[in-house]
Every structure is written in structure tokens, then in C-alpha cells.
Design a protein around this ligand. Structure first.
Ligand SMILES: [Zn+2]
Length: 198
């Protein structure tokens, strides 16, 4: 019989993406055996995240300030907005140092299967940002999955009424490819070769 503490931590960890109950229990036991090293480090890291990280209310990025450093950086092109599904995609694109504009994180992708509707994402907020003017180009940087592309088409339709150029990532993005997993070269190519949404 495992103690209540172990059960509680196992349950919490098994909710993490990619971790089931079995691997969560293994992680807990691994941590318990490394109390002074890994466990203490993990505690400190979790506390740091809890205390200093916030979600940017403008773009949805996660950083230590709201608005985030990307939104407040005056060297960034305010006229260009790149729409991504998740924060991890924003970080992947930004690591590549090719996109000099600002971002908008949707918080997921439309999915009939998982019951994700437009109102579950920050699409309304995106339309609001665009409708305020001052944006020339919206780059739809969705994953090359069916759901990602459905989301891109939906957004392109909603933005049709506004005087903005709408482009999307091009060749180099493998079918089924998720941005977060791409190497920087492939990502860079996809961004450079972006094309108008047809
Ligand atoms: Zn931001």
C-alpha cells in the first residue's frame, strides 16, 4: 500500500501530458530516492514557475511579465502578427529568430473530435486585435495537421472583412508536422516561403 502522499503526487503527475499512472508512479519513486538532489531541485523550479510566470493578456505568451517582453519590445514590427496554436509553437518560432513581429496564441486548435469550438480559443481576441487596426499582415502558423489547417481556414474566413494580408506557412512543413518538433531550418524555410491563404 502506497502512502497518501505518494498517491497524491502520482495522481498529480499522471495528469501531465504524456504521463500515465504507471510512468507517474515510477517518477515519484525515482524522486523519493533522490530527495536531496532531484526532488529539492524540482520543488525549487516549481515554486519559481508558480511565483514568477504569468500569461500575457495581449498575446497569450507565458513569461515573467504581462505584457510579455515580446509585446513590449519596440524593435519588433507591430504591423505583423503571427498566429500559433500553443505557447510552445511561439517559442519554437522565436528561437529561430526569423519572425520579427508579434504573436497571438490561440490556446489550441479547432477539433470536432475533442469538442473544441471557436469560443474555446482566443479567436475572438485575435479578431479584436486586428479590428483595432495597425496590422498589415497576419501569418497563420498552424501545425500541418488536419485540425491545424481547419483552424487556419476558419480564421482566414473570419479575417476576410479586414484590410490585412493573410499568409500561411509554406513548403517544408511536413504533413502532420507539429511546429514544436521541427528543426529550425525547416521552420525557417516554411516561414520565409509563406504564401497567401487561398
Ligand atoms: Zn505578449
Amino acid at each position: 500500500m502506497a502512502s497518501q502522499e505518494i498517491e497524491a503526487l502520482t495522481t498529480a503527475l499522471s495528469r501531465l501530458p504524456g504521463l500515465g499512472p504507471r510512468s507517474a508512479r515510477r517518477a515519484v519513486l525515482w524522486l523519493v530516492k533522490r530527495r536531496e538532489t532531484a526532488l529539492v531541485q524540482l520543488l525549487a523550479a516549481l515554486e519559481g514557475v508558480q511565483q514568477s510566470l504569468v500569461e500575457c493578456q495581449t498575446c497569450g505568451n507565458v513569461d515573467t511579465s504581462d505584457p510579455c517582453p515580446i509585446c513590449t519590445d519596440p524593435r519588433r514590427d507591430q504591423r505583423s502578427l503571427c498566429v500559433v496554436e500553443d505557447v510552445a509553437d511561439l517559442w519554437a518560432l522565436d528561437r529561430a529568430h526569423l519572425f520579427t513581429g508579434r504573436y497571438h496564441v490561440l490556446g489550441g486548435r479547432l477539433s470536432a473530435l475533442d469538442g473544441v469550438r471557436p469560443e474555446d480559443l482566443t479567436i475572438g481576441k485575435l479578431i479584436e486585435r486586428v479590428s483595432q487596426g495597425g496590422i498589415d499582415e497576419v501569418v497563420l502558423a498552424m501545425n500541418a495537421t488536419l485540425e491545424g489547417q481547419t483552424t487556419a481556414h476558419y480564421i482566414a474566413e473570419r479575417l476576410e472583412a479586414y484590410p490585412v494580408r493573410i499568409t500561411q506557412l509554406a513548403h517544408g512543413l511536413p504533413v502532420g508536422g507539429e511546429l514544436d518538433y521541427l528543426d529550425e531550418g525547416t521552420l525557417a524555410q516554411a516561414l520565409r516561403a509563406r504564401r497567401p491563404v487561398g
